[in-house]
Design a protein around this ligand. Structure first.
Ligand code: EPU
Length: 416
């Protein structure tokens, strides 16, 4: 296992680019299963979760070549063999193979996927949606065996789970007739998936609202498409600039995808400017405590909660965090406590942060992807040396983060 060694406090300056969104790229790659033609995907980050998904598809016959951040994908010769169990179990996002495989082959057998230990991560919303679409599902040991009984439009209602919404869309783009999916998730990456599929010839409307309508088409055609910028990576860098009070410009992002996070940042007292594709932090010297409650989009994102939490250790007063989506996403606060932060855990979902506190370097753990990135921010504001263990979890979603932060002046080393 590798670790990061960070010497703080960092004196940062300059600009940093945001790469393509992990949680969009994963679904677009899975969606290429629906397209028996050549697809060029641009702005695909070179990160662990995506590379595992690529390996799963290649093992089953897809041709995928990476050149930098561009993937050339051709799934024409993909076979109906089940995706590799061991690889599927490595990350939760692999659940999005179920929809495209059902649409293309009418069946798929896959285990419950793995991923970050941020809570129970049930898949009942997926199972419930697939069943409403006419899929027979049997659990055989650890493997779920999905078999499509009919390939027709339907009117269904789900709960607003991101990946369940994406699975339902991908299952239905090639189904005969009209599908209406009610109560879907509205995150920007869902609109990115719908845009991608529509440019390939699908007829999807309503992505970004609570009801999605799909008019089934017979086939999809190859295309070139650029993955949207990662809002969670943008948030991570913005919080880095705010926590260290440095004037960093966060480039190549989509500020419209960063609400209500940017509203909260303003409430904390951070002065920043917004351009069409950047956010620049001007001053973060007078930070005030705030309350955050996470929720499904357009509420405050759970994937921005931990990074904002580290900023709040530097804010005057008592901040309150209520993490409503996942039960294990406040664990990072214990690590911050080891660095000198003043925290009161109220229960598994709620905590108070009392600030401002000076953080000091310590040996800390990366608990999940976003918490891991948050530990880097903490290490960069702390006095002295911070060591972060188990950084493979950060590599799941952030490409070469230490090299990119070093360009801003961070003293951070990967020890393998
Ligand atoms: N839920 C259920 N049953 C289900 C699915 C979800 O009860 O079948 C619950 C979850 O336990 C959670 C809530 O519904 O309380 C929302 O979960 P959601 O299904 O929306 O999450 P997800 O689709 O599994 C995606 C992202 C996560 C991100 C969440 C929330 C991907 C691959 N993952 O997960 O990203 O936190 O949406 O926005 O898109 C990450 O990038 O590190 C990450 C964890």
């Amino acid at each position: 296992m590798s670790k990061f060694e960070i010497q703080g406090p960092a004196k940062l300056t300059g600009e940093i680019s945001v790469l393509g969104a992990k949680n969009s790229a994963l679904k677009l790659i899975a969606a290429t299963v629906l397209i028996k033609d050549k697809v060029v995907l641009e702005n695909v980050p070179d990160i662990l979760d995506i590379n595992i998904l690529i390996d799963i598809l290649k093992k089953n016959g897809a041709e995928i070549v990476r050149t930098g951040h561009t993937l050339n994908i051709d799934t024409t010769n993909l076979t109906s063999a089940d995706p590799d169990e061991t690889l599927v179990e490595k990350f939760r996002g692999s659940i999005v193979l179920a929809g495209p495989y059902l649409a293309r082959f009418g069946k798929i057998n896959i285990p419950q996927p793995g991923g970050c230990a941020i809570g129970a991560r049930p898949i009942d919303d997926h199972l419930n949606g697939f069943r409403q679409l006419g899929t027979d599902i049997v659990k055989n040991g650890c493997i779920y065996e999905y078999k499509r009984e009919k390939n027709e439009g339907a009117q269904i209602e789900i709960r607003p789970s991101v990946t369940a919404t994406e699975n339902m869309i991908m299952t239905q783009v090639l189904a005969k007739g009209l599908t209406t999916i009610n109560n879907v998730a509205r995150e920007p990456q869902i609109a990115d998936l719908a845009n991608f599929l529509n440019q390939a010839g699908a007829k999807i409307s309503g992505a970004g609202t609570s009801t999605i309508t799909i008019e089934g088409v017979e086939e999809l055609k190859g295309l070139t498409y650029k993955v949207m910028p990662d809002p969670f990576e943008a948030c991570t860098f913005i919080c880095l600039a705010a926590a260290t009070n440095t004037q960093i410009k966060i480039k190549d992002c989509e500020p419209n995808h960063l609400y209500p996070f940017l509203d909260k940042l303003k409430e904390i007292g951070v002065d920043f400017e917004i351009g069409s594709d950047y956010v620049k932090i001007n001053d973060a010297s007078h930070l005030k405590a705030i309350d955050i409650t996470t929720g499904v989009f357009p509420e405050f994102s759970t994937d921005m909660q931990a990074q904002t939490g580290v900023v709040l250790t530097q804010a005057q007063g008592t901040s309150h965090i209520n993490e409503t989506l996942f039960e294990n996403r406040l664990g990072y606060l214990n690590e911050l406590e080891n660095m000198g932060a003043k925290i009161k855990m109220i229960n598994a979902h709620e905590a108070n942060i009392y600030g401002p506190t000076k953080l000091v370097g310590a040996q800390i753990k990366s608990l999940d992807l976003r918490a891991g990135a948050t530990m880097i921010l903490a290490g960069l504001i702390a006095e002295g040396e911070t060591t972060i263990d188990h950084i493979e979890i950060i590599d799941r979603g952030y490409e070469k983060i230490e090299e990119r932060l070093a360009q801003l002046g961070a003293n951070i080393k990967r020890i393998s």
